[in-house]
Design a protein around this ligand. Structure first.
Ligand SMILES: Cc1cc2nc3c(=O)[nH]c(=O)nc-3n(C[C@H](O)[C@H](O)[C@H](O)COP(=O)(O)O)c2cc1C
Length: 175
């Protein structure tokens, strides 16, 4: 699939068929995450693939922003120990989430190219999630990715026009 088509065609899907994802596709999504850019090539991330129905149920219950329980969730976490070993501790709060977000974008685009629907979810109770997954204190869940085969694909949302967000040289000169 053409990259530009994937970028324009991907939608956040919140309703899935009860069909499992195959291991090769999941690995491709994770591999795409592994190759995401990361500040200083520090790679301060962990990707936890959750498919156990009981665990999916628990995560769904503490994630108000997750409409339906999906067949799979990838919990994308930042690792403070790695980030702080290489960089300034004060940068962790910025670079941890930024690096994870870039990996997340790679995952959702590759998923789309494989016919797998996803939704990024930030609305979850991090402390509850950390408890369910036995996460040590240096591992912080940043984002969830729900994934599965789409039951419903929403229409494209309204996006701001280029002239509203892009400029020539200065903010006073719209694109
Ligand atoms: C950082 C981030 C957090 C998000 N959190 C949620 C969420 O908690 N629940 C949800 O349903 N969608 C969530 N979304 C999906 C956005 O609502 C969605 O990307 C936006 O409406 C644009 O739609 P599109 O992805 O189909 O282009 C999140 C997206 C991002 C990038």
């Amino acid at each position: 699939m053409d990259l530009y088509d994937a970028i324009l065609g991907r939608r956040s899907v919140r309703s899935y068929l009860p069909r499992e994802l195959d291991k090769a596709s999941i690995e491709k999504m994770l591999e795409a995450a592994r190759w995401a850019p990361t500040a200083g090539n520090v790679q301060p991330w962990k990707f936890i693939v959750v498919r156990n129905p009981i665990m999916l149920d628990l995560i769904h219950k503490v994630s108000p922003g997750m409409l339906e329980k999906p067949p799979m969730i990838i919990v994308v976490c930042s690792d403070k120990n790695i980030a702080c070993k290489f960089g300034e501790a004060r940068e962790y709060d910025y670079l941890g989430p930024v690096d994870c977000a870039l990996a997340v974008e790679n995952i959702v685009l590759v998923a789309y190219s494989l016919g797998i629907a996803t939704c990024i979810v930030r609305s979850f109770i991090a402390s509850a999630l950390s408890e369910f997954l036995d996460l040590p204190s240096h591992i912080r869940p940043e984002l969830l990715i729900t994934a599965g085969y789409a039951r419903d694909v929403p229409k494209p949302p309204q996006k701001l026009l280029l002239k509203e967000i892009a400029y020539n040289e200065k903010l006073t000169s719209s694109w």
